[in-house]
Design a protein around this ligand. Sequence first.
Ligand SMILES: [Zn+2]
Length: 276
Amino acid sequence: MYHSLMRKLIAVTAFAAVLCATQAGAGVQKHVVHHYADPMKIVKKENDNYWRNARETVYQTVPNLLATRKSELERGLAHAKLMHGDVEKKQIALTFDDGPHPSYTPKILEILRRYHVKATFFLVGELAEKYPRLVKAELGGGHCVGNHTYHHVNLTQIPSVYVAAEIKACGAVLNNIIGRPPHLFRPPGGDYNDQVARVAEALGYNIVLWTDDPADYANPGEKLIEQRTLDKIDNGGIILIHDGIQQTINILPKLLQELKDKGCEFVTVDQMLRNR
Ligand SMILES: [Zn+2]
């Protein structure tokens, strides 16, 4: 349960601890990310504010992303960012975040191979570093990969100097494995601000967001993942699902078949960018 959320929480907490140690050691003003609970102290998820809020905010990301874009346009900002593909084409991009994962990624790749579907994987740097063969298997299957930070942290909640460090560290890992610098970047949780966008752009990345988020990371049940995805799908859609969720793997073959039956053509995010 809440595998992905727990991993995020652990990553953020661990990262906050590192920041605390580093900055205290440097003698500068201490900046600690205070508001994350220690996951080890969480006994009952139902009684914990973090978990309750996470549940309530499920499937809120798409409206949030649209509101952010509206605010950017009003302020005259135009970041290099992909919100969706060509709305005139019946093309969709399937994106898997938070991998690679030794037991889940091979299963996802096998299903994609069987259905002749190419997808895009947004990878966590420290996991890619640990499982480089899985990253190579993703590329070998004709899929594309992108940067999802090194520690999977909320980039709007950490000191600015670490924003670039997080993106660069993941980029360096992927560069080592695939032999070229990645150019796709997805901020964890879709959480970004002007500064994060400027840093990502300066490092040569296109920010990739999404149109469809069935919130599979909260394990809502296979039926709900299927229904949310199919209800929202439209031309140029970018579907966000996760590597590391058993329910997603269980429903994936059916989902791919149903999307194909609707006439959707699967493209990678790279293809989507080229087709714009
Ligand atoms: Zn993520």
